[in-house]
Write a protein that binds this ligand. Sequence first.
Ligand code: CTP
Ligand SMILES: C[C@](O)(CO)[C@H](O)COP(=O)(O)O
Length: 239
Amino acid sequence: MTDDRDVTAQLNARGDVAVVVPAAGAGVRLGPGAPKALRLLEGEPLLVHAIRRTAAAPSVRMIVVAAPPAEVEAVHDLLAPVAPVIVVAGGAERQDSVAAALAVVPDDVGIVLVHDAARCLAPAELFERVAAAVRDGADAVIPALPVVDTIKEVAADGTVLGTVDRSVLRAVQTPQGFRAGTLRAAHAAAADSHTDDAGAVEKLGRPVLCVPGSDFALKITRPIDLALATHLLKLSEPA
Ligand SMILES: Nc1ccn([C@@H]2O[C@H](COP(=O)(O)OP(=O)(O)OP(=O)(O)O)[C@@H](O)[C@H]2O)c(=O)n1
Ligand SMILES: C[C@](O)(CO)[C@H](O)COP(=O)(O)O
């Protein structure tokens, strides 16, 4: 296996960004099969699509993937022809996987992006937009889209309690970008589970900034998302 220190030097020495890619999830909502990041979209694993786009972002100096523990070697071999990456074993929860990958990011990398393998069609330009906002001074940056449906608050028995003002709501994506020290502090302080890394930063009381998200950054969660992604892939720029 290649020495990881050589691998980090190969991607883009001028880049100032490390991207941490949690890819260790089972994909329970997708139904029975391989771990989600290894399932195929038009003949290639989701993780390959994701890493190809991540590596195409000029700011990215290094990529760390958190793989299912049993698949670390296989993921390393799978990604070797795509881009130089470090592969670590992920954990039981998404935040454990992010923490494991963050632990190997060197201290001299100032900006860290966290990107779900499941958002495998997020374009390189989205990485650049998020990284630029961190470079411009934000501590934490998230790509987000307006909510398009009417949103109701509903009781456990199905009774509608009210209609929420959707103009103040956003659907949040990845890659999410952080000053490296902010992300490390948020993870160190996180006592409860959080579904996204910005949530941990919010709990520190630090501001989080939204930038426009991308329809291509949809998260593959259910089988219908794979069908949607198959069509989006045909519309997306080759990475
Ligand atoms: N223990 C975990 C759980 C999730 N993830 C990653 O976090 C991202 C977002 O998670 P999600 O889409 O919810 O994936 P799963 O947890 O695999 O989905 P499910 O809840 O349906 O099992 C995915 O790239 C997934 O691989 C991870 O690295 N480690
Ligand atoms: C990080 C995330 O993709 C932002 O939308 C999302 O929170 C992951 O949540 P999930 O419940 O693990 O799918």
